[in-house]
Ligand binder design. Structure first.
Ligand code: FE
Length: 226
């Protein structure tokens, strides 16, 4: 089996939120699909280890915030590389609570969907939640962020708990790329980090000490030469 074949599947990128009692949490997921028109129904695949999974199991409610193409890596890192068990992921985030109490991220998103779970399918590492849409609103116009754009243009990384995670075979050190030991983000000096003011062609050593991983926020010392 060639795992690279799986890279040819196209996806979007979303913040999935849920609640349990008066707690709220959210995470990044690439697996959200509309699977039926009447009634409007979606499927969302969530890793069983994640706190959001526990919340959806408990409340049977979930919301999808659809990320805009220009959403910053830091927003994706906040929801994708931190655990709600250790940090309040909504601190400093613009969001609103819907009628059902579900949080919708209102910055760098195009729309939200609220849904109630009607069926759960055990899929090994993940549960597929099939859910009927109860509310939906467009927040602004624009291009939605796709998984391919996140990888190829924004050069974002993927946590090991994502369904699409495929370990990369290690290449020989032919250039001065550095990898974040926390999230797997690769700093490529050819590309720089323009979103954070680092010009293409900037060597890793030349990055300012204040520079942090654009995805997960750790400092330079957490990076290793690839
Ligand atoms: Fe990182």
């Amino acid at each position: 089996m060639d795992p690279k074949a799986l890279h040819k599947i196209s996806y979007g990128l979303y913040i999935i939120t849920s609640l349990k009692g008066d707690q709220i949490n959210g995470q990044i997921a690439n697996t959200v699909f509309q699977i039926s028109n009447e009634p409007p129904t979606i499927a969302v695949s969530i890793n069983k280890k994640n706190l959001t999974h526990e919340f959806i199991k408990d409340s049977k409610l979930l919301a999808v915030s659809i990320l805009a193409q220009d959403a910053p890596l830091s927003l994706i890192g906040n929801f994708g590389f931190k655990s709600g068990r250790e940090a309040d992921k909504f601190a400093g985030i613009n969001y609103q609570l819907g009628d059902s109490g579900l949080p919708h991220v209102t910055s760098d998103t195009l729309a939200y969907l609220d849904a109630r779970v009607i069926q759960e399918v055990d899929a090994g590492t993940h549960t597929i939640f099939i859910a009927g849409i109860t509310a939906a609103e467009v927040l602004k116009e624009g291009a939605p962020l796709t998984y391919a754009y996140y990888h190829e243009v924004k050069r974002g990384s993927v946590p090991k708990t994502a369904p699409s995670f495929v370990p990369e075979p290690k290449e020989k050190a032919v250039s001065e790329k550095y990898e974040c030991s926390v999230c797997g983000y690769v700093y490529d000096p050819v590309a720089g980090d323009p979103e954070n003011g680092v010009e293409p062609g900037t060597a890793f050593e030349a990055l300012p000490e204040s520079w942090v991983c654009p995805v997960c926020g750790v400092d330079k010392t957490a990076f290793k030469l690839m």
